[in-house]
Design a protein around this ligand. Structure first.
Ligand code: CO
Ligand code: ZN
Length: 321
């Protein structure tokens, strides 16, 4: 899990994926026939073949903050990049593009707080002081943390670095005549933007989005069928896509044939890259394979290691089918 740790600790908010893209490019170049980036910043590793054209996508970007205003006192006001839950934020640390770290806080302390009442403290005592480290428009990501214990992994940005890892591992081991495109997309968190241009340019026959999905196994959560430890989640639908029935049924069949633990996923809110890939051009037969995850979009997302293995096995089987 050393590679997942490195991926998780990377700071790459939406639109700021370039360094992470370089890092992934360095790994995948040995396993693909060609690796290139498009104008938006999507990284595409192509493993050529004469069979079906399949696109796998996992997004590189993570949620974060952007500086909107610097107070005379040196405190920063900010907005979210992607969906942040305000109640997770007070006391959290973020790190900006310059490497400067800051503490998010809110006043009054027990306020059920709106983002507009929150600020970031970087220890500056004046606006001039603050402007030496950050500027309006600079983005910050949650400070890194990574723990492996009890069969689970806890970390930030597992949404969707686990998906990136799954694509990398699949590319390393897959043996197939199919024409495979492993796409590490940008700007998923702000509206599935990168996957749009990538799907248009590649024009695949089939596509799979590999991302995290919510789990229904915490004390007072809504009734959700997906649970940690029950295997790869085969997406039936979410708010952005109704998965192609042929793709969904093929995934189920492959899982049963190869003894891969799986569960079925229906998400009533949220979406993934599949949401825009499936209506690219004249339409793409699209499905999704998800990693069940607790505390999505918090700085401490949690996944089960066996589920991740099942996801890699399943998407490898799909590529080889
Ligand atoms: Co997300
Ligand atoms: Zn995601």
């Amino acid at each position: 899990m050393e590679l997942l740790k490195e991926l998780s600790l990377f700071n790459a908010t939406s639109g700021r994926e370039a360094k992470l893209s370089d890092f992934i490019k360095n790994i995948v170049k040995d396993y693909a026939d060609e690796v290139y980036s498009d104008s938006l910043g999507n990284l595409i590793a192509h493993k050529k073949g004469s069979g079906k054209k399949i696109m796998l996508s996992a997004h590189m970007d993570e949620i974060g903050v952007v500086v909107t205003y610097i107070e005379d006192s040196g405190y920063l006001r900010f907005a979210d990049v992607g969906g942040l839950y305000t109640k997770y934020l007070a006391g959290r640390r973020v790190v900006f593009e310059s490497g400067t770290e800051g503490v998010i806080f809110t006043e009054p302390k027990n306020d059920k707080n709106a983002l507009s009442k929150m600020y970031i403290d970087i220890g500056a005592t004046s606006k001039e002081d603050a402007e030496k480290c950050v500027n309006v428009g600079d983005m910050g990501a949650f400070c890194g943390n990574f723990t492996e214990q009890n069969g689970v992994i806890i970390g930030k940005a597992l949404d969707d670095r686990v998906g990136c890892l799954a694509l990398i591992e699949t590319l390393k081991r897959v043996k197939s005549e199919n024409d495979l495109y492993f796409v590490f997309t940008v700007q998923e968190e702000v509206g599935l933007r990168g996957a749009r241009t990538a799907a248009f340019a590649i024009n695949p026959d089939f596509a799979l989005a590999v991302d995290v999905t919510d789990s229904g196994d915490t004390p007072k959560c809504d009734k959700v069928a997906v649970k940690l430890g029950l295997g790869a989640a085969i997406k039936v639908m979410d708010y952005s896509v109704i998965c192609d029935k042929e793709v969904k049924d093929t995934l189920i069949l492959l899982a049963e044939k190869k003894n891969i633990k799986y569960q079925l996923e229906v998400m009533t809110e949220g979406g993934t890259d599949a949401g825009v890939i499936h209506f690219s051009r004249g339409g793409v037969k699209t499905g999704g394979v998800s990693i069940p995850t607790r505390y999505i979009h918090s700085p401490s997302e949690m996944i089960n290691k066996d589920d991740l293995t099942a996801v890699i096995d399943l998407i490898t089987a799909f590529c080889e089918n």
